[in-house]
Ligand binder design. Structure first.
Ligand code: FES
Length: 312
């Protein structure tokens, strides 16, 4: 099948447009212009949302997945539906109800986003700040729309709602950039695991490892060198990909702790905590599991193997 020159021109135009948006967002991520505002806001968020049970709920530790993108479906879906109803005759109460629902759902969505944002890397925080400003502006416009509707000014209410929908949709696109381009919320442990050999990796004599102390072992016995965090416990060992699922922190520099009878490893960067036995995240900001390797001891040498699910 061939494309007509006109259609090809449209495709190229769309490609150029998406590239320029992406480039603009990368420039924001690289620029320190917003930092004077970001730093005090980040400190305030971290004072209000201190590391602990509430912040972990907002991160989505209990879900094993970031909570913010899941919650964001509710306000955006409600507001888009309201926009559709506003374009049709009748449906006044239904559109108003959807806008109010979106406003109510935006509160926990923003809190979850703020929790993640406060623990992100600087580029994610810069782009995240733009995302937050657009969302806040959309929220103000939606509140104005609801107010106008309550006072009987439906045309004004509709105009405000459509302006808000434009801002909220643009902001959702920026959220997509944060997730897919800047890997906010993605598991950095899974990404690192894909680069490792899928054969048994030799980690040297088990007896050479100190007991109960996280150690870095770099194996280069294949064309895919492995950086692994190894923790010997008696005559066995836990072996994890040395990359924290949150932002790739070096797990071998972490410390061991006991949580609810489980031996856990605490990431040195932001305190994300993982159960050694299965890698499960039990404290945020990490939500995805650490990658735990299968182990065996052969002729006194420790060997480890990456789970098959990471094979490409
Ligand atoms: S890199 Fe953030 S908790 Fe590990």
């Amino acid at each position: 099948m061939t494309s007509s020159p006109t259609r090809l021109g449209c495709h190229l135009g769309a490609l150029r447009c998406s590239m320029s948006i992406s480039t603009a967002l990368d420039r924001i991520a690289d620029s320190g212009r917003l930092d004077a505002v970001i730093e005090p806001v980040r400190k305030t968020v971290n004072k209000v949302l201190r590391p602990g049970a509430v912040k972990d709920v907002l991160h989505g530790v209990w879900l094993g997945h970031p909570l913010h993108p899941a919650l964001a479906q509710v306000p955006l879906g409600a507001w888009m539906s309201a926009g559709l109803l506003d374009a049709l005759p009748g449906n006044r109460k239904e559109a108003d109800l959807l806008i109010a629902t979106g406003i109510a759902a935006a509160v926990p969505t923003a809190l979850a986003g703020a929790a993640d944002w406060s623990e992100g890397e600087i580029g994610q925080q810069r782009v995240g700040a733009v995302h937050a400003v657009l969302n806040s502006a959309a929220l103000v416009l939606y509140a104005g729309s609801l107010f106008a509707r309550a006072r009987g000014s439906r045309a004004r209410g509709r105009r405000l709602a459509y302006a808000a929908l434009g801002l909220a949709s643009s902001s959702a696109g920026i959220g997509g950039h944060l997730a897919y381009h800047q890997a906010a919320g993605a598991s950095h442990a899974a990404t690192a695991a894909r680069t490792l050999s899928h054969d048994w990796i030799d980690l040297g004599p088990l007896a050479d490892l100190p007991d109960g102390q996280p150690m870095l072992r770099v194996s280069d016995d294949s064309d895919r060198p492995a950086s692994l965090c190894v923790i010997r416990r008696g005559d066995m060992a836990h072996v994890l990909v040395d990359s924290c699922s949150h932002l790739g922190g070096p797990l071998h520099q972490g410390r061991l702790t006991d949580i609810g009878g489980n031996q856990c490893l605490v990431c040195p960067w932001h305190g994300g905590t993982f159960v050694l036995a299965d890698g499960r995240a039990v404290r945020g900001p990490a939500v995805a599991a650490a990658t735990v390797l299968q182990t065996r001891v052969s002729d006194g040498r420790l060997q480890a193997k990456v789970p098959e699910r990471h094979e490409v």
